[in-house]
Design a protein. Structure first.
Length: 162
């Protein structure tokens, strides 16, 4: 069972027990947070998406730690103007441990998984006729392969210099 959720402008595919680094969440270490909105919920019976089908699907996670991302150097300059500028940046991140991916019981029941294959019962009842044997058709004698003629383009006439 897994879910795809949206958080901080990113989409994450999560299941129970996963560790996840997201943008900083203002929560204490050890506290439980609920991540919403859930865009897709999938389990053994199939996948559901859309706000009406998902109902109250939610992902609960525990805050493990607050971290800082790796240091990035941002260098900008303008050519021929002697303008150079170096800036640094480190993302503020929160590490989460996904505790549970669940749907509320009041949500619509998931539909049966749909398959593009034909149903098995219909495939066994319908028999395809066996191909009849036909006499082989004699092939025309192969002529030696000739190279195709090159297309000629009209040439420009030389000017008289007048």
């Amino acid at each position: 069972m897994y879910a795809i959720l949206k958080h901080g402008g990113h989409q994450y595919r999560v299941s129970a027990g996963d560790r996840l680094l997201v943008d900083r969440i203002p929560a204490e270490v050890g506290s439980t947070v609920t991540l919403e909105p859930v865009l897709l919920f999938a389990d053994a019976s199939g996948a559901e998406s859309g706000s009406t089908a998902l109902g109250d699907a939610r992902v609960t996670a525990t805050v493990v730690a607050h971290r800082r991302g790796r240091k990035l150097r941002v260098f900008s300059y303008k050519a021929k103007k002697r303008r150079r500028r170096t800036m640094g940046h480190r993302s503020q991140l929160t590490e989460l441990l996904i505790a549970d991916v669940q749907r509320e019981d009041g949500a619509a029941a998931p539909k049966a998984a749909r398959s593009r294959a034909r149903p098995q019962a219909a495939a066994t009842e319908t028999k395809q006729p066996e191909p009849e044997e036909t006499e082989p058709v004699a092939a025309a004698p192969a002529s030696p392969a000739k190279a195709p003629k090159r297309a000629t383009t009209p040439r420009k006439k030389a000017s008289d210099g007048a």
